[in-house]
Design a binder for this molecule. Structure first.
Ligand code: CP3
Length: 392
């Protein structure tokens, strides 16, 4: 059995920072953040408890999301209308005392703005009207006019105003390589065969595509930060498809180039799914924090690299399909595996799946806070669920 609770809490404690303390160094929030545990953990500063947010915390497992999506007519209508994107972003925060909001959008808005024509057919996943799979199409690609993505920056601003400093807002983009996967295939794929073939047959072309994407993603993320995003995350869902050498060449190098161009004061998270073999390289990406999927060893990652980067993860999202007691046990074990040192953010190892019962998410968030909290200290009281303003 793995010990939890006081052991964890005592060790997360000594900052003296309460959840309501005024954060320092958050220049673009004159009022400060009421809950800055996420930002502190990303900077490997002590926190009174382990902050938790979940990939896909807004989405189809929430009935209020399904209702709003039906009303809006499509995923893209939600994503491109700042008031609706704001409402969806806040939905999970009204239910659960999460320690961060994540912008409601999608990684594929960037290739859409590059002219590929994105759509999401009901129950089918993303589709591009045009691909970037051959030399002429790839050579014709340009960094998009960021005005085409204004709806994203407007959403960031509106979400920040609606949050009113209650929790930080995470902005995000797809990694240059993961975007290339969808651009080459024209949508999702079981094996991304065309991409893997190109890595061998035309590495120069793949490199060119990834490099345009890196320029686009860097500009896009800088603009999200300028609009108010408090932290920035790169989703590299498909980097783990590559050989370790190809991963370093086509995915990691371009993520490093992106991160180097982001404002230094904004903490960053990189998440490559299925990349246990290259963890020693990923921790040198320049990001503040490395996200782990559930196949990776959090305890070992923290032991080896915890002095260099923060870690985020890594509950198998399928654990949320069991029952509250099992969810609580699994969460407590992960908090124990993460250990007491600062620099840890709880998350799932990939997105919350649509069949997840919302009650199980409530049990998860409570268990993470309980298992990591300072026992007996007022500073260890996690926040209550954020109320949405104005009944919108
Ligand atoms: O995490 C969040 O809550 C923020 C919003 C967010 C979405 N997509 C909303 C979304 C984020 C961060 C993403 C990232 C994303 N999008 C990734 C990287 C992370 C990952 O999940 O691997 C990828 C690969 C995509 C591309 C994408 N978008 C796919 C493959 C699909 C269809 C399959 C699926 O998982 O739903 C989407 C659609 C999408 N993006 C939905 C949501 C809530 C579902 C849309 C709907 O049908 O209502």
């Amino acid at each position: 059995m793995i010990a939890a609770g006081p052991l964890q809490g005592a060790n997360h404690a000594p900052s003296g920072a309460s959840a309501a303390a005024k954060p320092q160094g958050l220049g673009d929030h004159p009022g400060g953040l009421q809950n800055d545990t996420l930002l502190r953990a990303l900077r490997r500063e002590p926190t009174p408890y382990v902050p938790v947010w979940l990939m896909r915390q807004a989405g189809r497992y929430l009935p209020e999301y399904a209702a709003l999506r039906a009303k809006a007519g499509s995923f893209m209508a939600l994503a491109t209308t700042p008031s609706l994107a704001t409402e969806v972003t806040l939905q999970p925060l009204a239910r659960f005392p999460l320690d961060a909001a994540i912008l409601f959008s999608d990684i594929l808005t960037v290739p859409d703005a590059m002219g590929l024509g994105l759509s999401f057919a009901e129950g089918e996943g993303p589709r591009f009207a045009r691909t970037a799979a051959d030399e002429p199409a790839i050579r014709a690609l340009r960094v998009p006019d960021l005005a085409k993505l204004r709806y994203v920056f407007d959403a960031v601003g509106e979400i920040k105003r609606a949050l009113a400093g209650r929790v930080p807002l995470i902005g995000f983009a797809g990694s240059p390589f993961t975007l290339a996967c969808y651009m080459i295939e024209g949508g999702g794929s079981a094996d991304f065969a065309a991409v893997r073939r190109m890595a061998f047959a035309r590495p120069d072309l793949l490199e060119r595509l990834v490099s345009v994407n890196a320029d686009a993603v860097a500009a896009y993320l800088c603009e999200q930060a300028a609009a108010g995003a408090d932290a920035l995350m790169l989703f590299d869902t498909w980097g783990g498809l590559l050989t370790p050498d190809a991963y370093r060449r086509f995915s990691l190098a371009s993520m490093r180039a992106v991160i180097a161009r982001l404002p230094r004061e904004v903490p960053t998270i990189v998440f490559t799914k299925g990349a246990a073999a290259t963890l020693d390289d990923i921790v040198q990406s320049g990001a503040s924090c490395v996200g782990l999927d559930w196949t990776m060893d959090l305890r070992e990652a923290r032991r080896r690299h915890g002095a260099r980067v923060a870690f985020q993860g890594n509950l198998d999202p399928l654990a949320l399909l069991t029952d509250p007691a099992t969810v609580e046990r699994a969460a407590t074990e992960i908090v124990a595996a993460a250990g007491p040192a600062p620099g840890y953010v709880f998350n799932v190892g990939h997105g919350v799946v649509p069949a997840t019962p919302p009650d199980h998410v409530a049990a998860l968030v409570a268990a993470v806070h309980r298992a990591s909290r300072v026992t007996g200290g007022a500073s260890g009281t996690p926040p209550r669920a954020v109320q949405q303003r104005g009944g919108d």
